[in-house]
Design a protein around this ligand. Structure first.
Ligand code: NAP
Ligand code: ZN
Ligand code: ZN
Length: 348
């Protein structure tokens, strides 16, 4: 067994505190990774607080993992000691279903194995995530981090980056396409940078005016305070694609559907604790689509990392020590982060 130091939630109300546990001994195809940095995704907060209703404790959150290969199993061919690598939201899948066979392992029909708050495929071992100093992962679920991206800035790409890259490329954001991003947090700000690099016209739909300058600097062409319906009037039937990254259900979906062109699509990404009320009329009247998307496949994640390296795209981050995580969670809940907290795991 490999000793791991971590921070974990012991129950729904405990907050996060130091914790030690064992990782499995590496199997033939496993890579042992010294974790250097781990991003804080809003999904970590939803799960620590059991807002999705299936949390298991003790829980070591973290699925934006960047580190260095410590050792490899006998049959590992893709990685060697010292390589810069990442791990995202899942660490295994069935590998045989139609989704897995089509390299869409994030849509595994048997369910992907979540990096934490999940069960290994043996059905007995709980998975534990990246707020720790070491992890053991099958090489097929490990990503290569290009050398030009520093590890602290690479970490948020493993969830926030690919979660926006996947729908933006699937729905063909690019030149002559108008893309709206609702909510400019950790995910949303990556959406702005990636959509702009793909050549789309990008509009941020935010609930306050606070992030206007940042958005324009990141490549957005327009910034709209969506809280005031008057500001949305000129964007009626305007967008080819809108991506909703808001973490709260307290938004009026009805007003955003009306901003889509005929046949255009609004993609649900934000995963709030409560359902939305949906009025179907704006969908009906312009044959608009309402879709969803979950993270991205391993193949897309590697593509996204290479795309970000090529286009010099990195997230805006605030690096923190592990003992600041509880305060960081409070700040994320107040939208008081520019734009992703990243934990320095060397300080564990
Ligand atoms: P985040 O950094 O907290 O960003 C969320 C943003 O939503 C905020 O910055 C804010 O943007 C907006 N917002 C928050 N509260 C709001 C409210 N009451 N009314 C209106 N707008 C509000 O969170 P994140 O890490 O980007 O994650 C966003 C959501 O995506 C979470 O629910 C997370 O669980 C989910 N997620 C989904 C996937 C997937 O695969 N589908 C993957 C990862 C995360 P403005 O200040 O610009 O308004
Ligand atoms: Zn995430
Ligand atoms: Zn599968």
């Amino acid at each position: 067994m490999i000793k791991a130091k971590a921070i974990a939630a012991q129950c729904v109300t405990s907050g996060l505190a130091p914790y030690s546990f064992d990782r499995r001994d590496p199997k033939e195809h496993d890579v042992v990774i010294d974790i250097k940095y781990c991003g804080i995704c809003h999904s970590d907060i939803h799960q620590v607080k059991n807002e999705w209703g299936h949390s298991m404790y003790p829980m070591v959150p973290g699925h934006e993992i960047a580190g260095v290969v410590r050792s490899v199993g006998a049959k590992v061919t893709k990685y060697k000691v010292g390589d810069h690598v990442g791990v995202g939201c899942f660490v295994d899948s069935c590998r045989t279903c139609s989704s897995c066979q089509a390299t869409m392992d994030n849509y595994c029909l048997e369910g992907m194995t979540q990096t934490y708050n999940g069960m290994e495929r043996d059905g007995k071992t709980m998975t534990q995530g990246g707020y720790s100093d070491v992890i053991v992962v099958d090489e097929n679920y490990v990503l290569r981090i290009p050398n030009s991206i520093p590890l602290d800035k690479a970490a948020p790409l493993l969830c926030a980056g690919v979660t926006l890259y996947s729908p933006l490329t699937h729905w063909k954001a690019g030149p002559n396409k108008k893309v709206g991003i609702i909510g400019m947090g950790g995910l949303g700000h990556m959406g702005v940078k990636i959509a702009a690099a793909l050549g789309a016209e990008v509009t941020v739909l935010s609930h306050s005016d606070k992030k206007r300058e940042d958005a324009l600097q990141m490549g957005a062409h327009n910034f709209v305070v969506a809280k005031d319906p008057k500001n949305l009037q000129k964007y009626a039937s305007y967008f080819d694609l809108i991506i909703n990254t808001v973490s709260s259900a307290e938004i009026d979906m009805h007003q955003f559907f009306g901003l889509l062109k005929l046949d255009a699509t609004l993609v649900a990404i934000g995963a709030p604790d409560k359902p939305y009320a949906i009025n179907p009329f704006p969908l009906i009247m312009m044959r608009r689509n309402y879709a969803g998307s979950v993270i991205g496949s391993i193949k897309e994640t590697q593509e996204m990392l290479d795309f970000c390296a090529k286009h010099n795209i990195t997230p805006e981050i605030e690096v923190i020590a592990p003992d600041y995580v509880n305060q960081a969670y409070e700040r994320v809940l107040k939208s008081d982060v520019r734009y992703r907290f990243v934990i320095d795991m060397a300080k564990i």
